[in-house]
Write a protein that binds this ligand. Structure first.
Ligand SMILES: [Ca+2]
Length: 432
């Protein structure tokens, strides 16, 4: 896999002032902001992308971000998403085990789902992820990822709403899809996303952390026989051989030449804690992952899945932390076969990356095509743009005092940001 060289330049003082001026009163800028970073990656191949539909976003240097207060008085919100069911509703996930429906910026007070008695919450544990069936509108099925009370195992489970159009349906479940033991309390991953390439079935991607502790002590992320430290892909529409799911036949260890050489659920290796990942389906099938670093480097990974069918993707952990050799037992590990980040930052700019989404909405044309991500600890928010010549631009767009737990996308592809402190903001982008 090619190695991207990242070149940094400092942000001018005038731009920094403009960024700070863009902050809303609800999120006071920090006093000492690290300089924003503009990175450019040299193109290693001719541009092959077709012209993208829709409006073209403005250059990142001309982009101004506003976070507009949307919801408040929530209890540790860590995800928000639409259901793509035509209802326009949003569903906000609270870490303690509840999901609430949001209509017209109003949170329905009685929970849509309450499984707080089933889970252990706090730190990196709790109700961590939510994904709706591609056919939710008809079958009422949705999937959650939670940390099980008692032993702290990761559980992915299905629930079913008897009336998918209702905001207060009778909900049956859970039907447990998969249970994965967790050796330590941290690095549970938690994100769920449906494979956007298949509409007829529900192929669920599950982000799994390396199991926790520090430094992946059992080297699980590089071991294809372990489910920890991986991106999994399972077909939750079916079941097979004692499993409550079936295996997509084109998963890397479900087909030749690697059949049986690893767990068939594994889609990609070498992840430390892919807390949030997302897909972008314009101009390919872009998989974007924010993989939380160990002691030094936070990273954003990108691959176009349409270009990555030949071998299992390996994002490098624990051989590499971001773009930097990590494993002391193996210096310097070969870079061959590894996928390195398209963006990274060090401890001066944050300490726990939260992956976001590519903006594909209509209300902020200046933002179109920009991948947004943030840092949970520093509150910084960045944008990444894939340029038409194949290069990557990366720039810090805003400093906030939010605990950026997650981004989320509505049915209309407008984007939101969850502050674990209890609020959700809508993201607005405009040309400065
Ligand atoms: Ca990596």
């Amino acid at each position: 896999m090619r190695h991207h060289r990242i070149v940094s330049t400092a942000l001018s003082a005038s731009v920094a002032c403009a960024l700070l001026a863009g902050c809303t009163p609800a999120q006071e800028p920090r006093v000492a902001q690290p300089p924003a970073e503009t990175s450019s990656v040299e193109p290693s191949a001719p541009a092959t992308e077709p012209a993208r539909p829709g409006p073209q976003g403005v250059p990142l240097g001309n982009l101004e971000i506003e976070l507009r207060p949307f919801l408040d008085n929530l209890d540790s919100p860590l995800y928000i998403t639409g259901a793509d069911d035509g209802s326009g509703r949003l569903f906000v996930v609270e870490q303690g085990g509840t999901i609430h429906v949001v209509r017209n910026a109003e949170v329905r007070s009685d929970p849509y789902l309450d499984i707080s008695d089933r889970i252990v919450a706090g730190g990196e544990r709790g109700l961590l992820g939510l994904a709706f069936s591609n056919d939710f509108e008809d079958n009422g099925r949705f999937y959650v990822n939670y940390t099980r009370a008692g032993d702290g195992a990761t559980v992915v489970a299905r629930f079913t709403a008897d009336d998918p159009s209702s905001d207060s349906p009778k909900i049956s479940g859970p039907r447990v899809v998969i249970t994965i033991p967790q050796p330590y309390a941290n690095h549970n991953g938690g994100c769920l996303q449906m494979d956007p390439r298949i509409a007829e079935r529900d192929l669920l991607f599950v982000g799994m952390g390396d199991g926790g502790s520090a430094g992946d002590p059992q080297n699980r992320a590089q071991n294809p026989s372990e489910l920890l430290g991986k991106l999994l892909r399972i077909d939750v529409s079916g079941s097979s051989a004692g499993r409550a799911y079936s295996i997509p036949e084109d998963n890397p260890y479900a087909r030749e030449p690697r059949k049986g050489a690893g767990r068939p659920e594994v889609f990609a290796l070498g992840l430390r804690n892919p807390w949030r990942f997302s897909f972008d389906t314009v101009g390919g099938t872009g998989l974007w992952i924010g993989d939380v670093g160990q002691n030094a480097w936070e990273e954003i990974d990108f691959v176009d899945l349409d270009d990555a069918r030949e071998r299992p993707l390996n994002f490098g952990w624990r051989k590499y932390e971001g773009d930097h050799a990590f494993d002391p037992q193996d210096p310097p590990a070969s870079r061959v076969g590894l996928t390195f980040p398209v963006a990274e930052y060090g401890r001066g700019e944050g300490g726990s990356v939260t992956g976001g989404y590519v903006y594909r909405g209509t209300e902020s044309p200046a933002l179109y095509g920009t991948y947004l991500y943030g840092d949970y600890l520093s509150g910084n928010l960045w944008g990444v743009r894939r340029n038409s010549d194949g290069s990557i631009s990366n720039r810090r767009l805003l400093g906030t005092d939010l605990s950026i737990a997650s981004f989320g996308a509505g049915e209309n592809r407008e984007l939101y940001i969850c502050d674990l402190g209890g609020s959700v903001y809508r993201i607005i982008g405009r040309e400065r």
